[in-house]
Ligand binder design. Structure first.
Ligand SMILES: [Zn+2]
Length: 229
């Protein structure tokens, strides 16, 4: 092997995002000597409030444009409340009723405005399978499959999300101990495994609607989410 040849790109764009995520997970945090650092922090007024600061990063191992939003809060808590939210364009932007992502995001923003802390917005749409595959899965769900069975039918992982980047973003922000806002036990386990101490789990809320009830019941039954259904 030529020692002068460049490292092969471990995340070529022709590989499905879920499989790229799995490669990153196998390599673990900080592989290839990369260090995640804060690139930029800029104030963006949201909800008539100027206390939200958007933070970008250099060196994220999967190359995705994950970002953090830092809230001062009127009554900040230490350790801070942290919400790791995985991108869901249909829920976050269009208020889809097929899932609870948009409601959970808005609930997190309410809490973070009051109590301060961080929102980590992770670009792993559709549990890491991407928007196109998510909409393919929706079509199968309309034929009767639950959210996890639909992914399996498409030969995609039921949940390809990876929180190593989230842990590295927190470390870059100087945050080692968190109150984690989540209903998902896998997030607590993954953050802990990556060296972030979760001192408390704060509920991310439960937002059932007529259209998302089957989705929430599948999350509760198959992944142990703490939901109040
Ligand atoms: Zn969603």
């Amino acid at each position: 092997m030529n020692p002068h040849s460049p490292d092969p790109d471990p995340y070529p764009m022709n590989v499905h995002p879920a499989r790229r995520a799995a490669r990153g997970r196998r390599r673990g945090p900080g592989h290839a000597g990369r260090t995640v650092s804060v690139r930029n922090e800029v104030c963006i007024p949201v909800r008539d409030d100027a206390r939200a600061r958007f933070v970008t990063f250099d060196g994220l191992p999967d190359g995705a444009e994950h970002f953090a939003v830092r809230f001062e809060g009127v009554e900040p808590r230490d350790p801070p409340i942290v919400r790791m939210h995985s991108e869901c364009i249909t829920g976050d932007v269009f208020a889809s009723r097929r899932c609870d992502c948009g409601d959970q995001l808005r609930h997190a923003l309410d809490v973070l405005h009051a109590a301060g802390g961080f929102l980590l917005y992770l670009r792993q749409e559709g549990r890491g399978i991407g928007l196109v595959a998510k909409l393919d899965a929706y079509r199968l769900q309309d034929a009767g499959a639950d959210t996890f069975a639909a992914n399996r039918a498409l030969d995609l992982p039921a949940d390809a999300r990876d929180y190593a980047c989230g842990a590295q973003m927190l470390a870059a922000l100087g945050v080692r101990r968190v109150r984690l806002m989540t209903n998902n036990p896998d997030k607590v386990a993954q953050l802990t495994a990556h060296g972030i101490e979760v001192v408390e789990r704060v509920s991310a809320g439960t937002f059932p609607t007529h259209a998302n009830r089957h989705y929430l019941e599948a999350k509760y039954r198959l992944t142990g989410h703490a939901l109040d259904l």
